[in-house]
Write a protein that binds this ligand. Structure first.
Ligand SMILES: Cc1ncc(C[n+]2csc(CCOP(=O)(O)OP(=O)(O)O)c2C)c(N)n1
Length: 348
């Protein structure tokens, strides 16, 4: 049975799109996307628990319920393409193919982590894999995505760059400068705004006169589209179109992937600033349940097959926790000042 969405939710969440896989996307690839979404869900669910148990350092922001955005977007990329992430970056890393063991080691502050344990959740970078870094600064990744696209164009590499950011990030001045420059130089960059309609406790409509963010892009002669951010296929289709446009030399695109933030801003946020009962009905839009129902309803996969995929994600995260807590080492004191500056090496 398709997931039932209450009428009031459909009325308020204007961009709801029923699940339907685009033509040419094989069932194998769709099931791979389902696995990756489960891996993100499990990783960030466990990260919240581990943070509460004082096992991981620093702060972390959960990507739970936004899985369809990172997975739909990265499924439309080639492995050589670039992404730039935000403070809520675990989902982006996993969707781009980063290793959850090295990610977990980073959160545990271990030397085997992506940043040798010196970056933590908000600074994971997996450059070799095209994941150019998470950012503690809201909107900080927007110019990096632009730079990656500029280098791709100047060096004729044919690579596309995605700059993820939140609705809060879209109100930084750099968003406008980047959009302007990307448009003027026809750069192969796709900006994806994960509009969960809150920046910590601030509702989007309190800080902008135009909360249909996708309409803004047209002011820079950049195509702007609105998609259901809970629907992995809708995101995939929009990004694929933007990727094709970028590779054809036609320039940037802007995608507003709209959601409603279900959980707190960060792992320990008690959300004193809103009535959680008003959020509850929106859980019916949740992306994993909808995708699961789609597979079953269309007889593309059976219950047993889906369970195996879900259990695999649980096992992979368990192994990552085991690796980070038992097999990894503390960063040695003499390495403290290493990796602080980039050094002489230029990444080509
Ligand atoms: C330049 C800057 N200002 C303020 C902060 C504090 N801060 C951290 S996350 C956040 C909200 C970001 O909201 P949004 O971009 O919508 O992303 P979301 O957390 O909703 O995913 C703020 C204000 C920061 N990290 N950087």
């Amino acid at each position: 049975m398709p997931v039932e969405i209450p009428k009031e939710v459909l009325k308020n969440f204007k961009c709801y799109t029923p699940y339907k896989a685009p033509e040419g996307l094989s069932v194998k690839k769709q099931l791979g996307m389902f696995y990756t979404m489960n891996l993100i869900r499990e990783f960030d669910t466990k990260v919240t628990d581990l943070w509460m148990e004082n096992k991981i350092y620093g702060i972390a922001h959960s990507y739970v319920s936004s899985e369809a955005i990172a997975v739909g977007a990265c499924a439309a990329l080639d492995p050589e393409d670039y992404i730039v992430s935000t403070h809520r970056g675990h989902g982006h890393c996993i969707a781009k193919g980063s290793d959850v063991k090295k990610m977990m080691a980073e959160l545990y502050g271990k030397y085997e982590g992506y940043n040798h344990g010196k970056g933590g959740s908000m600074h994971i970078a997996d450059v070799e894999n095209g994941m150019l870094g998470a950012q503690g600064i809201v909107g900080g990744g927007i110019p990096f995505a632009l730079g990656a696209a500029l280098s791709s164009k100047v060096l004729n590499k044919g690579r596309v760059s995605i700059g993820f950011h939140g609705d809060g990030g879209s109100n930084q001045g750099v968003w406008h400068e980047a959009m302007n420059m990307a448009s003027a130089y026809k750069l192969p960059v796709i900006y994806i705004c994960e509009n969960n309609q809150l920046a910590i406790s601030t509702p989007l409509q309190n800080v902008t006169g135009q909360s249909d963010l996708y309409l803004r892009a047209n002011g820079y002669a950049v195509p702007g589209v609105l998609v259901d951010g809970y629907n992995v296929f809708a995101v995939y289709e929009a990004v694929k179109k933007a990727v094709d446009r970028a590779r054809a030399g036609q320039g940037p695109s802007f995608i507003e992937a709209r959601t409603i933030r279900f959980l707190g801003h960060f792992v320990a946020d008690d959300q004193w600033y809103r009535d959680l009962d008003t959020v509850k009905p929106y859980w019916s839009l949740e992306p994993l349940g909808r995708m699961r129902a789609y597979f079953l309803d269309n007889k593309l996969a059976g219950e047993d097959e889906l369970k195996i995929i879900e259990q695999q994600a649980v096992k992979d995260v368990e192994e990552a926790i085991d690796y980070a807590s038992n097999d990894c080492t503390e960063p040695p004191a003499e390495k403290l000042y290493e990796d602080v500056y980039a050094g002489g090496e230029i990444i080509k």
